[in-house]
Structure formats: C-alpha cells, structure tokens
Design a protein around this ligand. Structure first.
Ligand SMILES: NC(=O)c1ccc[n+]([C@@H]2O[C@H](COP(=O)([O-])OP(=O)(O)OC[C@H]3O[C@@H](n4cnc5c(N)ncnc54)[C@H](OP(=O)(O)O)[C@@H]3O)[C@@H](O)[C@H]2O)c1
Length: 245
C-alpha cells in the first residue's frame, strides 16, 4: 500500500504521513521546492524503515500535472492513497487591491488542486479503488471579511470534493474532505488566535489518518469545529454582517 502526499513540507502533511509510515506504507513526497521532498523521503525511509520516493510538483504549473501524475502512477502502480495538503493563505487586504494575490490564493487552493485531483480520479475510477483526500478549511463554510478570498477558494474546493465523491462512490473510490480549524503551523505564525482553539499539526495529522483509513467523507479537525461551524453557519445574515469576523 502507498501514499502520495502533495505539500510535503507542511507540518500537517508530515504528521499524517508518519501514521502511514508506522503502518508500513510506502510514501511518495511531492512538493514544489527542489530537494525538499527528497529530504523528507530520505528522513522517513531511515526513521520508519519504509520505501520512500519524491516528486516535484507546483500546483500553479498546470501544464506539468499530467506528466507528474503519469510519473507517479508508472513508478507506483499500487498507489492507494492521495493526500493533498498544499494551500496558500495569502493576505486578504492585499488580495482586495491586487488581483495577482487574489488569483494566487484562488488558484493554489482551488484550480491547482482540481487539476491534480482530476488526473488521479480518472486513474482510480479505472482501478475501482483508492482514496483521494484534500485539505479544505472551516474558512470555506462561511465567508468572513477577514479571509473571504482564501475562504471562497476553500469553499469551492469543498463543493468540488463533494461532487467528486458523488461521482466516484459508485466505483469504490473514496473522497475525503478535511476541514481543520486553527492549526499551529507556519501558515498561522504570529496570528492573534484564541489559544484553546489552536490544534497541533500532530493532532490534525492523526485525525486525517484515521478518517482516510476509515473511509470517511468529511472530517472536521479537531472534531469540535463541526459544532463551532454549525453555530457560525446558523447566525442569520442580518446579524452576521454586523459582526467583525
Ligand atoms: N494552519 C491552519 O490553521 C490551517 C487551517 C485550515 C486549513 N489549513 C490548510 O492546511 C493545509 C496545510 O497548511 P499548513 O498550515 O501546513 O501551512 P504551510 O506550512 O504553509 O503549508 C502549505 C503547503 O502548501 C505548499 N504550497 C503552497 N503553494 C504551492 C504550490 N504552488 N505548489 C505546490 N505546493 C504549494 C507549501 O509548500 P512551500 O513550502 O513550498 O510553499 C506547503 O507545503 C493547507 O491546505 C491549508 O490551507 C491550514
């Protein structure tokens, strides 16, 4: 059994991958910075005594995605699990006045992920097995003034994954939507977040592993975000628009 993880140097990716490694799965680390995925592959293969390889992929370089998918599939015909962790928070304020920033946020979190997913979806559909998991966000559950560029891309990704799950369910392929709340990673460093609600990448990685193995459809991580977002989504719009969120 093997796992392909895109966004190799995310702490969440490494935490989730460590559980697959402990279970003896082969791991393919993919990332966009030369040498980085290779570094993680070497480290994991020594630490867990498993087979690991590496690939280079840039979510925004769409023309390379077909070759990337073909390379991965030809090197590992037994690929079972794909975990897409890559994402870009960007700066909301900058994105409001600079469309390049908005474009990058939308394309990294949505268009690039869709491009890669469709290639592996077609392969898994033919094989009639496999799991595709991608990290969306609770930010995609309701638009807020503080991060609606990122939130809208993640919201679009959640709907995309919902549709893909609906398409692939009949041929035995599972699609998992992962919705983390606040996680202590470089993405959130320096942000004034409520400490009790900030989870470790290890906790989120473990939740992701369990949800992938169990064949879940949607996982909020930590679990209480399902209830927090239930409340947030229930606030009537006439009240919500007066809140500074
Ligand atoms: N941290 C949170 O509070 C939080 C909450 C909800 C959801 N999430 C989501 O969780 C996932 C992991 O985020 P993180 O918190 O671990 O942040 P992170 O450390 O910034 O990880 C983001 C990952 O995406 C990769 N990436 C960015 N642009 C890319 C591109 N064009 N092509 C390929 N890879 C690219 C980064 O690679 P480089 O290092 O090369 O840039 C990095 O590996 C993301 O999807 C994020 O949106 C995070």
């Amino acid at each position: 059994m093997s796992l392909l993880v895109l966004g190799a140097n995310s702490l969440i990716a490494q935490a989730a991958a460590s559980h697959f490694a402990e279970a003896g799965h082969k791991i393919i680390f993919a990332g966009r910075i030369q040498d980085e995925p290779e570094k993680f592959a070497k480290d994991f293969s020594i630490r867990y005594n498993i087979e690991c390889t590496s690939e280079i992929v840039d979510a925004l370089d769409y023309s390379t995605h077909k070759k990337f998918a073909e390379d991965v599939i030809s090197k590992d015909p037994e690929l079972d699990y794909i975990l897409i962790v890559l994402g870009y928070l960007g700066t909301q304020e900058k994105a409001q006045s600079n469309f390049d920033e908005a474009h990058r946020i939308i394309d990294t979190n949505y268009t690039g992920v869709v491009s890669v997913c469709e290639l592996f979806a077609a392969e898994f559909e033919t094989r009639k097995k496999g799991t595709i998991a991608a990290i969306s966000s609770v930010a995609g559950d309701r638009g807020r003034q503080s991060n609606y560029m990122y939130g809208s891309a993640k919201g679009a990704l959640s709907v995309y994954l919902q549709g893909l799950r609906n398409r692939l369910a009949k041929c035995g392929v599972n699609v998992l939507t992962i919705k983390p709340g606040f996680v202590n990673t470089p993405m959130t460093y320096g942000m004034p977040l409520p400490k009790p609600l900030v989870a470790s990448p290890q906790k989120v990685g473990k939740d992701i592993y369990k949800a992938m193995i169990k064949g879940k459809s949607v996982v909020y991580t930590p679990f209480y975000w399902r209830w927090i977002m239930f409340i947030v989504k229930s606030i009537p719009e006439f009240i919500f628009k007066k809140l500074k969120l």
